[in-house]
Design a protein around this ligand. Structure first.
Ligand SMILES: NC(=O)c1ccc[n+]([C@@H]2O[C@H](COP(=O)([O-])OP(=O)(O)OC[C@H]3O[C@@H](n4cnc5c(N)ncnc54)[C@H](O)[C@@H]3O)[C@@H](O)[C@H]2O)c1
Ligand SMILES: [Zn+2]
Ligand SMILES: [Zn+2]
Length: 362
């Protein structure tokens, strides 16, 4: 099958013919229908996060099940599924507590042991899977705990977005921060993740939703998604601009959806007393984030969010309902549908900040 392979870091993706194995007892083979380009893939291509090569990247996808292992009962061939990198074991302390994205056995029980044939291979040599999924490929072979079944009316290109960006942004608002109706929210960075956080804040009933970006077209899109105010970070200190919009006090909840030290610090600094900043962006390994210690006296909180603290088999079908009843806007989030062969151009465009999401159609 055709797949986009990362052979060196930093590096671009190369379209190659690779081999995918048959499902083991608890595995599912999926025909990939759509895969979104998320900035996290780019972080790995650029070496901001380590990963062994060669690897097939991609982790935001939806498709149709074609074959299941002997012990799989949850799905069967023909089922439409969204994949999720928050593959869960189901019996560790985190899973039992509902924190699937923090599962402690993710990299032991849910992957194939190194002495067994690899799920993906090239000329008999193993190719690494990425985040349990490897979506930039015509087929995916995944653990059954990395998929959720969805309604067939749901268009699979929009469903793919729910696989990472939408669940991360909405989940950060609903599950990590638990935004209260009537509160004020700021979202820094309006890509696929930030726009989803803006939508989450609207759905959660926030009164004031301030979108921050440096790209004017993104701010316009954020308004269409529910932002009540916008701040162009290129026009001066975004913290001051957000304070000006909130009677000088700052916001109750802020979300960082870029992945930089500066923007994470801004998210904390724009909080009002008792507020909470949630860092969603992947800040490069080794980078330290600094905050003013005195702010803790005002009960300001700084936390992270992994994949929106999801319980994805509950959350994703709910998000599908929200799309089908018109509350969750996904059509507007797809800036471009591309072919697998155009994937490097898609990532080049991501660097300009002009696209919300490019989605590969298979
Ligand atoms: N925590 C998680 O589980 C999780 C999941 C998915 C993605 N992420 C991370 O979330 C971040 C956002 O991902 P994305 O796919 O939406 O990225 P993206 O590239 O599509 O969007 C980033 C946006 O930030 C804007 N931006 C850049 N610098 C800025 C600045 N200084 N101030 C304000 N805006 C700025 C860009 O114009 C762009 O609109 C990435 O770091 C990604 O790795 C984290
Ligand atoms: Zn992602
Ligand atoms: Zn677990």
């Amino acid at each position: 099958m055709k797949a986009a392979v990362l052979n060196s870091i930093p590096g671009q993706l190369e379209i190659e013919d690779i081999t995918i194995d048959s499902p083991g007892p608890r595995e599912v083979l999926i025909e990939t229908k759509a895969a979104g380009l998320c900035h996290s893939d780019l972080h790995f291509m650029e070496g901001k996060y380590p990963h062994p090569c060669p690897a097939v990247l991609g982790h935001e996808s939806a498709g149709v099940v074609t074959e299941v292992g002997s012990d799989v009962h949850y799905v069967q061939p023909g089922d439409h599924v969204i994949t999720c990198l928050s593959a869960f074991c189901g019996h560790c302390e985190q899973c039992i507590g509902g924190h699937l994205s923090l599962c402690e056995n993710k990299n032991t029980e849910l992957v194939r042991p190194s002495d067994k044939p690899s799920r993906l291979s090239r000329n008999g040599e193993p190719v690494n899977s990425f985040l349990h999924l490897s979506s930039f490929a015509e087929q995916m072979l995944v653990h059954e705990h990395a998929v959720v079944k969805i309604r067939e009316e749901m268009p699979l290109d929009k469903a793919a977005l729910i696989g990472c960006g939408v669940t991360t942004g909405l989940g950060a608002v609903f599950r990590t921060a638990r935004v209260e109706p009537g509160s004020s929210v700021a979202v820094i960075g309006c890509g696929g993740i930030g726009l989803s956080a803006v939508q989450g804040a609207r759905i959660a009933g926030a009164n004031k939703i301030v979108a921050v970006d440096m790209n004017q077209s993104k701010l316009e899109l954020a308004e269409a998604m529910g932002a009540t105010h916008t701040v162009n970070a290129a026009d001066g200190d975004p913290v001051e601009q957000v304070r000006d919009l909130t009677d000088g006090g700052g916001v109750h909840f802020s979300f960082e959806a870029v992945g930089l030290k500066d923007t994470a610090e801004q998210a904390f600094r724009m909080l009002r007393h008792g507020g909470q900043a949630t860092v969603i962006g992947m800040i490069p390994v080794g980078t330290m984030v600094e905050v003013h210690g005195v702010d803790f006296l005002y009960e300001k909180k700084l936390t992270g969010s992994n994949m929106g603290s999801n319980q994805f088999r509950t959350d994703m079908p709910r998000f599908v309902e929200m799309y089908l009843d018109g509350r969750l806007k996904l059509d507007e989030m797809v800036s471009k549908t591309i072919e697998l062969e155009q994937i490097n151009d898609g990532f080049e465009e991501m660097k300009t900040g002009n696209v919300a999401r490019s989605v590969i159609g298979f």
